[in-house]
Design a protein around this ligand. Sequence first.
Ligand SMILES: [Zn+2]
Length: 275
Amino acid sequence: MHERKGAFIHDGKLVLRLNKKVEVPIPKRALDWLNKRFAENPDKKTVRVFERGGKLVAQIILHKKNVVALPNNPLLVVVDLNSSHGIVVHYWDGGLIKTEKYKPPNRSAAWHNVKHLMKLRDVLYNQGCITQQQINKYSAIIRETLSGSMKSWIQQTVDKIVRRVRRIAKRHGKEPLVMIDVPDDESLRGTSLQRTLLSFAKYFENILSWYGIYFEEARLYSTVCPRCGEKLDLKMKTRNLRLMTCKKCGFEEERDKVPLYWALNKLLALKGEAF
Ligand SMILES: [Zn+2]
């Protein structure tokens, strides 16, 4: 982006110098968001322009190079993407500060609309009112309906977690260290939930980099003993609690909290490497 060549933003409009000058109005919300990001001093601002489906698409891409050192005495944030409860976040500063859970939206509202679209499509088709090309358009709308909602959920949830991480770290006077257990569960392979969790991890790491927050990916188990490595057994199960126990060393903890112990082990190992 440049005032005199390429593209720039002026008066709430994106001005593109292609064969001719093209001005694209930017919606107010997007403009507010962009101004906030510009104030955070990106190193590189580029605009990518291309054609997709007969439309001109312009993407504004902001880069920021952050070299982040391992914090000395960090606030530990553990993000578990393998939990059956969705996404579980633990905040730890010598003791557990709090645990938060986020569930991907059930798609019932989107599904309702999709079913309606499918029904309309079939009725029109049976009456011979639409062509194959028009049927394809319905498929595209259906795909869009299902993907859009998940994407905005991921963005909103990541933004919420990153805001919270920065706020809690500030309150505790520490630098945060985020440990992410990337989705790895065999049973999820190839499912839409796995795709959701993987794009969640990617977007999350992107935003953490932007704010210069140190993060590590680590496999944090919930069914392996963090003390001795033995497989944990389920001791007791209620609607809200699954208590795990180790028959070898006697370790006992709620299943959702076990990854936190693995993260603390990993943190000690990291410190061993660093100091
Ligand atoms: Zn054990």
